[in-house]
Ligand binder design. Structure first.
Ligand SMILES: Nc1ncnc2c1ncn2[C@@H]1O[C@H](COP(=O)(O)OP(=O)(O)OP(=O)(O)O)[C@@H](O)[C@H]1O
Length: 314
């Protein structure tokens, strides 16, 4: 798959010296949905704002469709749509006019067919003559997306598209995003919600303290999520795994007091029944049994906390 956005060693220091981006490298593939996860203040908005030309970087480079965002900013920007976090619409304006206006801002000629396509794409066509103030919160969010799409961008940035919205509206937004992807739009969204990344992203990036800690296929992360550990705690420690129990999936804890078995929760047979019966056959006595699951949330929290520790150690 071709890259549509290429980010190289991107750094941003705000006035006063605060480093909001500490050298981000990232390739965004054409047609994908990339979710950027991160806690408050991680640098997500700074990253998006820099790519979109709202903030200037301190160093590093970004190209969009091969166009440098500084030297060739017009071409780069014409390929980008940005849906901001806040709803900033004129309450008395009519839906169709506000979308037309956005297209005009990009220097694109009025094109009623293009506006109609965007409004239909977002199920806003029957609301085209409504005033913004008459719309529900969900509809207003759709208008923001329609505005961002009015100049036919190839890449759409959504900054926390579902922050503070109810579950139904969130699902509705996910459907909208899936529809845009089907139309070939590349989508980058920032979110605090891990379940949002799980639901719609092709790849997930985790950003913390101005650094991109991880970028991975969602399915790979989900596969990791499917891994569970079963800890069989023993009344008497042992020095090695008994013959009957030896397998790649089983290891002995460092102090010999527990057997740790890794299995896939989604597998047809987890092997737990056999494990426990073999434990009994070997004459081992159980003190307790504990299971642990590594979730995307856990991976996320670990990454963010390790970032903290690294900083403390520095
Ligand atoms: N104009 C600015 N001047 C100085 N510092 C800023 C400015 N804008 C952002 N920052 C700081 O840069 C850091 C990153 O902010 P940014 O808005 O990019 O984070 P974020 O990941 O989008 O957070 P949130 O999830 O809260 O929107 C924060 O510590 C913030 O206080």
């Amino acid at each position: 798959m071709q890259n549509i956005v290429e980010i190289r060693d991107l750094k941003k220091s705000y006035k006063g010296g605060f480093e909001a981006l500490k050298g981000v490298d990232l390739d965004i593939r054409e047609g994908e949905i990339l979710a950027l996860l991160g806690p408050n203040g991680a640098g997500k908005t700074t990253l998006i704002s820099t790519i979109c030309g709202i903030t200037t970087s301190t160093s590093g480079s970004v190209t969009v469709g091969g166009h440098d965002i500084v030297n060739d900013y017009r071409a780069a920007r014409s390929m980008i749509g940005l849906v901001p976090q806040e709803i900033n619409l004129e309450p008395f304006e009519r839906v169709i006019n506000t979308v037309r206006f956005s297209r005009g801002l990009f220097g694109k000629r009025g094109d009623d067919a293009a506006i109609e396509k965007v409004l239909k794409q977002l199920s806003l066509w029957d609301k085209k003559d409504s005033q913004i103030r008459e719309l529900s919160g969900g509809m207003k969010r759709r208008v923001l997306i329609a505005k961002a799409l009015s100049h036919d961008p190839r890449v759409l940035f959504l900054d926390e598209p579902t922050a503070g919205v109810d579950v139904e509206l969130r699902k509705d937004m996910w459907d909208v995003v899936a529809g845009l992807k089907a139309d070939g739009v590349t989508i980058i969204l920032t979110t605090h919600y891990i379940e949002e990344a799980e639901a719609i992203a092709d790849r997930v990036g985790v950003i913390a303290k101005g650094e991109l800690m991880l970028v991975e296929e969602k399915n790979t992360l989900m596969a990791r999520m499917g891994q569970k550990e079963l800890e069989v705690q023993l009344t008497e420690p042992i020095s090695e795994v008994p013959m009957l129990l030896q397998s790649d999936a089983l290891r002995l804890s460092d102090d010999g007091s527990a057997l740790i078995y890794t299995y896939d929760t989604r597998a047809e047979r987890t092997g737990i029944t056999k494990l426990l019966s073999d434990v009994a056959k070997e004459g081992l006595v159980l003190r307790d049994v504990v299971t642990r699951q590594s979730s995307l949330e856990e991976i996320f929290v670990n990454l963010v906390n390790n970032g903290d520790n690294a900083e403390d150690a520095a």
